[in-house]
Design a protein around this ligand. Structure first.
Ligand code: GZL
Length: 356
C-alpha cells in the first residue's frame, strides 16, 4: 500500500473536523463567560476592591482553564520488551505534555482494538491513535471515526486502509529491516546457509514486511536456502517452543542460520539451541530485529550475531503529530523512524545507555 501521497485529512478536513468538534465548547465557554461576567459584576467589586485578580480567577491561571487535549490510544498488548518500551514512551510523553491519555491494551485481539476505538468515539476524544495488531479489517471502524470527525494517527504498524482514513503513520520501515537482516546474514555466512525463519504474529505488518524484505534478498543468493518458516508470535516462550520442535525434527539437523522477526523470539530460540546441545553463534548463526537491551547482551556473549534496531520510542513523534493535527498543521502521510544496527563491533559501547 502506498504510504506516501497527499491523501488523508486535508487542512480543510482537519479544520472542518476542528470547527464541528470545537464549535460547541466555544459556545459553552462564551455562555460560561457571560455568567462569570454577570457573577463578577456582583462579586467583581471584591476583585476590584482587592485591586487585583483573586487566586482561582481565570485571568490568573490561564493554563488551568485551558481545555486539556484528550487522546484515546489502543495498544496491541504486552507481548515483547519492544512493546513494553513503546507503551512506556507513549505514557511518559502524555504526562510530560499534560495530555489526558485514555490508554487501552487489546491483549493481541483486533476485536478489542475495535471496541476501544468505538469507546473513544463515544467519549468524543480529540484524537484517536492506535497500533493495529493486523493489517486488515479496519475500514468499517475507521469510517465511523471519520464520520465522528475525529482525526486518527497510526503508530508503529500500519493498517491496510485508504489513505483518507488516517492523518499520518509514524513507524519504522519493516521491509528495509528485513533486507538489512538478510544482507548481514549473507555477508556473515559467505552466502551459504540453511535458514530457519521465526515470523512475527500472523497478519501483522512487521511479520509481512520483514519476511518480504528478508526473503527477497535471500532469493538473490543461490547458496542461501530458507527451509523452515513459522510464527513465534513475537514472544520468547513461543520462539523457544517452535525452535525446540524444529531442532527435534529431521530438518532441524540441517539448520545453520536463524532469522527471528524480533529479539524476544531470537532469545527464546537461543535457549532452545543451547538446550539441544548446539552452540548459538557457532553451529547456528542468529540474526534478529528490535535492538533491545537483552539482544545487545546476547551479541556481546557471542550468541546473537546481529540485531537491526526498530525504534520503539514513538511517544515524542506521536504527540508532536497529535498537537500538529489539532493546530491544523499539515503532516506528511508517513514519518519513518531512524533505525540503527548492532553487532559485535558496537553492542558493548551502546549497551550502557540503552533505554530499553
Ligand atoms: C515493530 C513492532 C513489533 C516488534 C516486536 O514496530 O510492531 O511488535 O518488532 C513487537 O517486538 O512485538
Amino acid at each position: 500500500m502506498a504510504l506516501n501521497g497527499t491523501g488523508g485529512y486535508t487542512g480543510s478536513e482537519v479544520s472542518r473536523v476542528r470547527s464541528s468538534h470545537r464549535f460547541i465548547p466555544f459556545v459553552m465557554a462564551s455562555l460560561a463567560a457571560c455568567f462569570l461576567l454577570v457573577g463578577c459584576g456582583s462579586g467583581g467589586d471584591t476583585a476590584k476592591d482587592s485591586g487585583g485578580t483573586k487566586p482561582g480567577d481565570s485571568t490568573t491561571q490561564p493554563d488551568a482553564n485551558k481545555k486539556k487535549i484528550v487522546v484515546g490510544f489502543s495498544q496491541i498488548g504486552a507481548e515483547s520488551a519492544w512493546r513494553t518500551a513503546n507503551t512506556q514512551s507513549i505514557k511518559d510523553e502524555a504526562v510530560k505534555r499534560g495530555i489526558d491519555l485514555k490508554f487501552l491494551d487489546a491483549q493481541q485481539k483486533q476485536e478489542n482494538q475495535i471496541k476501544a476505538i468505538r469507546s473513544f468515539i463515544a467519549q468524543k476524544v480529540d484524537v484517536i491513535a492506535f497500533s493495529p495488531v493486523v493489517e486488515t479489517g479496519w475500514e468499517p471502524v475507521l469510517q465511523e471515526v471519520k464520520k465522528a470527525g475525529i482525526p486518527v494517527i497510526v503508530s508503529d504498524r500500519r493498517p491496510d486502509v485508504p489513505d483518507d482514513l488516517y492523518v499520518t503513520f509514524i513507524g519504522s520501515d519493516f521491509v528495509q529491516e528485513g533486507q538489512r537482516a538478510a544482507d548481514w546474514l549473507v555477508k556473515k555466512t559467505g552466502g551459504k546457509a540453511v535458514i530457519a525463519e521465526l515470523e512475527g504474529t500472523v497478519g501483522s505488518a512487521p511479520a509481512n514486511d520483514r519476511k518480504k524484505g528478508f526473503d527477497e534478498v535471500i532469493a538473490k543468493n543461490p547458496g542461501m536456502k530458507i527451509v523452515f518458516s513459522q510464527t513465534g508470535e513475537f514472544t520468547r516462550a513461543k520462539g523457544k517452543e517452535v525452535m525446540e520442535a524444529l531442532l527435534k525434527s529431521p530438518t532441524g539437523s540441517q539448520i545453520t542460520a536463524l532469522f527471528a522477526h524480533n529479539d524476544d523470539m531470537a532469545i527464546g530460540a537461543i535457549q532452545a539451541i543451547e538446550e539441544a546441545g548446539k552452540v548459538p553463534g557457532k553451529d547456528i548463526t542468529v540474526v534478529s530485529i528490535d535492538g533491545i537491551h537483552d539482544a545487545l547482551q546476547a551479541i556481546i556473549d557471542g550468541k546473537l550475531g546481529c540485531s537491526v534496531e526498530c525504534n520503539p520510542l514513538l511517544g515524542p513523534p506521536l504527540f508532536d503529530a497529535i498537537e500538529a493535527v489539532l493546530a491544523h498543521k499539515d503532516l506528511p502521510k508517513r514519518t519513518v523512524m531512524k533505525d540503527d544496527q548492532f553487532d559485535i563491533s558496537n553492542a558493548a559501547q551502546v549497551l550502557p545507555d540503552r533505554k530499553y
